[in-house]
Design a protein around this ligand. Structure first.
Ligand SMILES: [Zn+2]
Length: 308
């Protein structure tokens, strides 16, 4: 029973002109492959989410997707909905904005989108916006703005999980100072295992553990290894990242956040139907049943309960 912390399937369906309910040879995620992978629920990112227009277009596409019964999706708004997915044989879909650029400064839109089911949001997608500073900007001194700190407080009040993947380090540490609830890095790996700028330094991983948050391991080949070629990356490399995060932050702070349909991934995790191979690999290499439950879903459901 897997909860995937980050997929870009919405964007991929649009780009690749394919249908969610049909199995496709393209991309990584669709309904048949989610079922084969044992996925019970996933965070569906709206990307890009830099502007008002991006978000409005994304939400429209999202509502069309989740409301069409042919897609067998259940829009997850509270944690109990996940159990409903099992009973009704549906896949849970959690609405996530990958960036906050389109949100107004008084949070009118944020409150409306929350009513429409928004449950998780990244403060920036690697760029600079009025709230935060992303990682690919080269900016070292600019972090969260005053408005960004207000945004975090409003998100916590409403029940929208704060996602730090894509933030620069200054924004990350500014958030640590103001966060009152657990936060997540929905799709990031360990920098000490693979020195990519999107990965988390050891002290960041420790801070997420202290905040009782979680880190979704990302299968992007470059984030898994900056040295190996994609075809040489094995399941053991994914496990290296998991092991490192567990060593630093503990088993309560590790989850799965594939980045499927948003990244280039190695052959061993070619699409979402390959999840059982990874779980078997972890099972055969030292992770027991209870630990696997935490990695696959209960760390996320615990945070949902606390934040939503
Ligand atoms: Zn991303």
């Amino acid at each position: 029973m897997i909860i995937d912390g980050h997929t870009d399937v919405l964007y991929a369906l649009f780009r690749q002109q394919r249908e969610f309910h049909n199995e496709s040879p393209h991309g990584h995620v669709d309904l048949p492959r989610l079922r084969k992978g044992g996925v019970i629920a996933a965070f569906f990112a709206i990307y890009p989410a830099w502007s008002d227009f991006d978000i409005a277009r994304g939400v429209d596409a999202w509502l069309n997707l989740v409301e069409n019964p042919i897609n067998s999706l259940l829009h997850i708004k509270k944690v109990e909905d996940i159990a409903k997915c099992r009973d009704e044989d549906k896949i849970g879909a959690i609405l996530h904005f990958e960036g906050s650029g389109g949100i107004d400064e008084e949070f009118f839109k944020l409150r409306s989108y929350h009513r429409l089911g928004l449950r998780s949001m990244g403060l920036s997608w690697s760029n600079v916006n009025k709230f935060a500073t992303g990682v690919s900007t080269g900016e070292k001194k600019r972090g969260l703005t005053y408005l960004g700190k207000e945004l975090v407080a409003e998100m916590e009040k409403l029940g929208i999980i704060v996602d730090v993947s894509h933030l620069n380090e200054k924004s990350f540490w500014d958030l640590v100072e103001v966060a009152k609830k657990p936060f997540i890095a929905s799709h990031s790996n360990s920098f000490s295992v693979s020195d990519h700028e999107r990965n988390l330094k050891d002290d960041q991983i420790l801070a997420i553990g202290e905040a009782k948050g979680t880190i979704g391991v990302n299968f992007c080949d470059l984030f898994l290894s900056t040295k190996l070629k994609s075809e040489d990356i094995g399941l053991d490399k994914i496990k290296d990242h998991i092991d490192k995060i567990v060593e630093l932050a503990g088993i309560n702070s590790i989850s799965l956040g594939s980045d499927f349909d948003g990244a280039s991934v190695p052959e061993v995790m070619k699409d979402v139907s390959y999840y059982p191979e990874l779980i078997t690999h972890l099972d055969e290499n030292g992770y027991n049943k209870q630990e696997l439950e935490k990695i696959t879903h209960t760390n996320f459901t615990r945070i949902m309960k606390e934040c939503w």
